[in-house]
Design a protein. Structure first.
Lengths: 205, 469
């Protein structure tokens, strides 16, 4: 059982400027008190949205200019903090299909892979350039190719990078690892027998 | 060249290299809590899958559980919290998973429960849908925080797709000065290496200071590895580790224990082990640290003034300015003397018995400052019972602290314990993110239990060394 192949992603962008945007900000903890991921999209960045509004501004996630965006653009260490999958789930349910930023927290990156959301890395200057381009022209379409690790905006093609492993997973439809893991379940059981703490000392519960 | 613990344990558990280049890693222990698991069990049900190794999985409830006895009466008054509790009860019973529940007196923060029961052991691979799973690395285990889809992976296959990390050894040399604790050591390495300095790495904590540390202290240190961006952190198992485990309910018994010790010694890093990077931090340079901003790296020594934003450039400067604006602090001001409204002692960082002992020494015979709300929230029911048996709860109550039941509480405020408005909280937890403690505009200053205790007494940030001397 494979998941869909993910290669071409296109859509408009939404700029979320800043470093170290943590998952508590992407989806505040109070929205974790639910037994499903349903409806999370409406609460993405809720506290940031309110804080910006209180100062008379408008957060990009509530700005009509950016409505319908599929590509989120940010700066460094995006998605740091809590391992909550609720964060990429909220973004995904909001409509985000790909992220471009300077860097990511690893757990967040991994969670995005398992939901089929590629997270591309670019340098600080390139991130800044893309952010400014979107801010200037919010209806501009970003066309991303996983295969070519390239972003096309207007006539311009910009290199974006994706680690080899994740790239392969999106291109061959194995980004949801569960099918592969399940196929090896027998090997897992055999290996468990060879590990002393599994077999010799005890069974835990 | 010898091998380090990370590589030994990883290789022992690597089932196969996957197409992606990642490895399928066998997981020795899976821990489950109520917030990140209901959707994973739903995924299992939807796919008609079983839990592959229920006997290597345990669950508890920590995030949403109220911490006053009256609020814990079922059904919980918060219908959503009750629903989550019902789900974890049903899921664990349907799939035959051991549940450390309030009813059986074993409930607590998942990262406190595993170690105190002797479930967390050296050489294990451990996973939990919670980023502070890194805590368990204190025992010489590889312990990873994972997302909910991966929780479902581990439930269904007792394995995970994992990339191999690089290993950075952080050597803590010399000695700690009096009044400096494991929490300060943690804040110090995050301050030095940054919140994303550890991306792509496992951190090995070593050196004289670590050798001298108790297991509680090592857990505090490893707990915060994730705040430094490292996927996991660990300490090599030694006599301190073995002595801690001996006799605990789930630790091996009798000759099995002796045999296990031999294996645990064998998986420790060799004396000539290779590392991808080595960093040295001098114990003498560490002082009590306090965070002033909105990331755990935005901290200062308590004697220092807040950094000038003009010293930073580009996006780093933006973060600093954002932090000043949110916290309503000014560059150049002293951290000492900042008034606090709430003091919180607890969490998986500093919610174990020794943390309360240290705080009790500071507050004994004194009283919480007028207008300050102070909470002492033991990390587990076992911690609470032990402290009560020794009368330590009384020191907190006499000093005007609220003495609570076990849970995550104000670490992330998914239960009724929350900051209000712009309140400032001196907290022993691990995150000072915007809104983390339940008020979207609430403010958090992270520090050691001794420093939080001192702040409670004085109603402001003080240097605990001046108080205890
Ligand atoms: S105490 Fe805080 S950091 Fe630890 S598991 Fe609970 S919420 Fe997470």
């Amino acid at each position: 059982m494979k998941s869909a192949i993910i290669d071409q992603i296109s859509g408009t962008g939404v700029p979320v400027r800043g470093n170290d945007i943590d998952t508590d900000r992407i989806i505040p903890a109070r929205f974790l008190k639910r037994v499903t991921f349903d409806g999370l999209g409406a609460h993405a960045f809720e506290d940031d949205i309110a804080a910006v509004a209180a100062k008379g501004g408008r957060h990009p996630f509530r700005d009509d200019k950016y409505s319908g965006a599929a590509v989120l653009v940010s700066n460094s260490n995006f998605g740091c903090g809590s391992s909550r999958e609720h964060a990429p789930q909220a973004l995904n349910r909001f409509g985000i299909r790909a992220i471009i930023a300077e860097s990511y927290s690893e757990i967040f990156f991994g969670n995005c892979v398992s939901l089929g959301i590629p997270c591309f890395s670019v340098s600080h200057d390139v991130a800044d350039y893309i952010l400014s381009s979107i801010e200037e022209n919010s209806s501009m379409v970003l066309e991303i190719s996983v295969e070519n690790e390239a972003l096309k905006i207007g006539d311009e093609v910009i290199a974006v990078s994706l680690p080899k492993g994740a790239k392969g997973q999106f291109l061959d439809g194995t980004w949801n690892a569960r099918a592969q893991l399940l196929a090896n379940l027998e090997k897992v059981r055999i290996m468990a027998k060879s590990i002393p703490y599994f077999s010799e000392y005890q069974s835990l519960f | 060249m010898g091998k380090n613990l990370y590589n030994k344990v990883f290789e022992r558990h690597a089932v196969e290299q996957l197409q992606s280049g990642q490895y399928q890693l066998l997981i020795g222990l899976h821990m489950v809590h109520e917030v990140t698991s209901p959707q994973a069990f739903a995924m299992l049900r939807e796919a008609g899958l079983k839990v592959a190794f229920p006997e290597r999985t345990f669950a508890t409830v920590d995030h949403i559980i109220p911490t006053t006895a009256s609020d814990r009466v079922r059904p919980l008054s918060d219908a959503m919290a009750e629903e989550m509790l019902v789900h974890i009860e049903k899921n664990t019973s349907d799939y035959g998973i051991r549940f450390f529940s309030p009813e059986n007196g074993e409930q607590g923060v998942v990262h406190v429960v595993g170690p105190e029961q002797g479930i967390t052991q050296p050489g294990m691979t451990i996973a939990c849908g919670d980023s502070h799973t890194s805590t368990h690395g204190a025992f010489g285990a590889l312990a990873f925080g994972i997302g909910t889809s991966q929780v479902a992976d581990v439930l269904a296959t007792q394995s995970l797709a994992m990339a191999k990390l690089k290993v950075r050894r952080i050597n803590f040399t010399g000695k700690l000065k009096p009044g400096v604790y494991a929490k300060d050591v943690a804040l110090a390495y995050i301050h030095q290496l940054g919140v994303n300095g550890g991306v792509g790495y496992a951190y090995e904590f070593a050196g004289e200071i670590i050798d001298q540390m108790s297991m509680d202290e090592r857990m505090t240190l490893c707990n915060m590895a994730i705040e430094g961006g490292a996927r996991c952190g660990y300490v090599n198992p030694d006599e301190t580790t073995f002595a801690f485990l001996k006799g605990l309910p789930y630790a091996p018994k009798g000759t099995a224990f002796d045999k296990a010790v031999l294996d645990w010694q064998a998986i420790a890093s060799d004396s000539d082990a290779e590392f991808d990077d080595v960093v040295e931090i001098r114990g003498e340079d560490i002082e009590p640290f306090v965070t002033w901003g909105i990331t755990p790296a935005q901290s200062v020594k308590v004697s220092e003034t807040l950094p000038k934003s003009s010293a930073y450039k580009g996006s780093e400067r933006q973060v600093i300015e954002e932090a000043y604006e949110y916290m309503d602090f000014e560059s150049g001001q002293a951290i000492k003397g900042v008034a606090v409204n709430v003091c919180f002692i607890g969490s998986c960082t500093n919610g174990r018995v020794s943390d309360f002992e240290i705080a009790a020494d500071v507050i004994k015979g004194k009283h919480v400052a007028a207008g300050v709300r102070a909470l002492a929230v033991p990390g587990s029911m076992k911690v609470k019972n032990e402290l009560e048996a020794r009368g330590i709860d009384k020191i907190f109550k006499d000093a005007g602290f609220e003495w609570r039941e076990a849970g995550c509480s104000m670490c992330l405020a998914m239960n009724p314990d929350k900051l209000k408005g712009r309140e400032i909280c001196a907290s022993t937890s691990n995150r000072n993110f915007k809104g983390r403690q339940g008020s979207p505009s609430g403010r958090t200053l992270l520090m050691s239990p001794a420093m939080v205790a001192a702040a409670a007494i004085f109603g402001k940030v003080v240097d605990v060394r001046e108080v205890i001397s």
